[in-house]
Design a protein around this ligand. Structure first.
Ligand SMILES: Cc1ncc(COP(=O)(O)O)c(C=O)c1O
Length: 405
């Protein structure tokens, strides 16, 4: 008997309502298929998980090794060591024009854990959180885990917030709305908000007492003429209602090290600190020292990765748009493309989940169904994969799409 069914009556409604992460579920499936294929000399092209294919730069690894050798392996303050907080303060000032003190900072166990702690800090049962579609899969589920209600905002032709829909949701739900999540550059779309768009969002939030979570974990991967702007930098009033979240995970190819952080008003941070004290103790100590080096050390590796991602984006965008039946807008940042594949929905392939599973089973390419991000017309392709793999993956996708026509 399925364990979940057996114990269902004992388990919390919260956990039973929670959905499994589609990206982790896909990875499990892909691992199994990949090991079968390896025996036959083949493999799956993995465009699923948002994980840099680069290794953590050597200076960062050395800093962690040194920390271990110096026995910096004990508990620390739950919100992070002073050196890390200072490195974070310097980063916010240097990159985002944001001035904070250490009382404004919490470092946690990756961007994801920090976001979860923010939800727990703000959300009461039944409170609403505005989530622009298409969204990163964990936002809605973290809201559910805090017993809140995700309110999905529609998007416009640029895959960004439809402001008219945002205003109508606020009119309808009013005071129940506590937070709005902004993610620029965005996962899964790669969309980047410009200053006018940010001003409009900020204004609406200020007028309606809605706090903003600005998730900026992809800020360093921006292409062409686009530039990253932190919404908190638009003025003191907006800074006070914004929680700016970032992490070393994507920027420095440090996904497994688990260091993320947030800057916010000191009164919010003081309350959030209680959650970190009671639930997490502290982020891994040697990883904190690695993050100090990541933020303070030489940044050349970040630019190298950015240039490589840009090359891959250009290639994959061109290839996708040359396939009859696919429509794809040019992402300005992050390392994802989000093509519309709904032109292929017929017969066995009724939605993005069918499309993705057929693509995996028939062509051995892993992508994440757009349905998981809140729009079923699309699939997400992560190009955090080597150019060879991208070329091979695109050849397979092209052949697969032809077979569907
Ligand atoms: C939009 C977004 N925010 C936050 C995160 C969390 O990153 P971390 O690995 O630091 O927890 C991710 C990871 O995929 C992400 O895509």
């Amino acid at each position: 008997m399925n364990e979940k069914i057996k114990f269902e009556k004992y388990l919390s409604e919260r956990v039973l309502k929670l959905e499994e992460s589609p990206t982790f579920a896909l990875e499990k499936k892909v691992d199994a298929l990949d090991s079968q294929l390896k025996e036959k000399g083949s493999y799956v092209v993995r465009f699923g998980i948002g994980q840099p294919d680069f290794n953590t730069p050597a200076n960062i690894k050395d800093a962690a090794k040194q920390a271990i050798d110096e026995n910096k392996t004990k508990y620390t303050a739950s919100t992070g060591i002073k050196e890390l907080k200072e490195a974070i303060l310097d980063k916010f000032l240097r990159d985002n024009g944001l001035e904070y003190t250490t009382s404004n900072i919490v470092a946690g166990n990756g961007g994801k854990q920090v976001l979860d702690a923010i939800m727990r800090t703000f959300v009461n049962q039944g409170d609403a959180v505005l989530v622009p579609r298409p969204y990163w899969v964990s936002y809605t589920q973290q809201i559910v885990l805090s017993e809140g209600i995700p309110l999905e905002i529609d998007f416009n032709e640029n895959l960004k917030i439809d402001m008219a829909h945002l205003r109508s949701l606020i009119k309808e739900h009013g005071r129940k709305i506590k937070l709005l999540i902004l993610n620029s550059p965005g996962n899964p779309t790669g969309a980047v908000y410009n200053i006018e768009e940010l001003r409009e969002v900020a204004q609406v939030c200020l007028e309606n007492d809605i706090f903003i979570i600005s998730d900026e974990v992809y800020e360093k991967f921006i292409f062409g003429n686009s530039r990253h702007i932190s919404i908190a930098s638009l003025g003191k009033d907006i800074k006070d209602i914004t929680l700016t979240v970032n992490a070393v995970s994507k920027t420095y190819a440090m996904t497994g090290w688990r260091i993320g952080y947030v800057a916010a008003h000191a009164d919010i941070i003081a309350q959030m600190t209680k959650i970190q004290d009671q639930s997490m103790s502290n982020p891994c100590t040697p990883a904190q020292w690695a993050a100090v080096e990541a933020l303070n050390g030489n940044q050349d590796s970040v630019e190298k990765m950015r240039l490589e991602y840009e090359k891959r984006r250009d290639y994959i965008y061109k290839r996708l748009n040359s396939i009859k039946g696919i429509k794809c807008s040019l992402p300005e940042g992050a390392f994802y493309v989000f093509p519309d594949v709904s032109g292929f929905y017929k017969g066995n392939v009724k939605n993005s989940f069918d499309f993705s599973s057929e693509l995996l089973e028939k062509a051995y390419v892993a992508v994440v169904p757009g349905g998981a991000f809140g729009d079923d017309r699309f699939v997400r392709i992560s190009y955090a994969a080597s150019m060879d793999k991208i070329i091979e993956g695109m050849n397979r996708i092209e052949k697969f799409c032809k077979s569907l026509i």
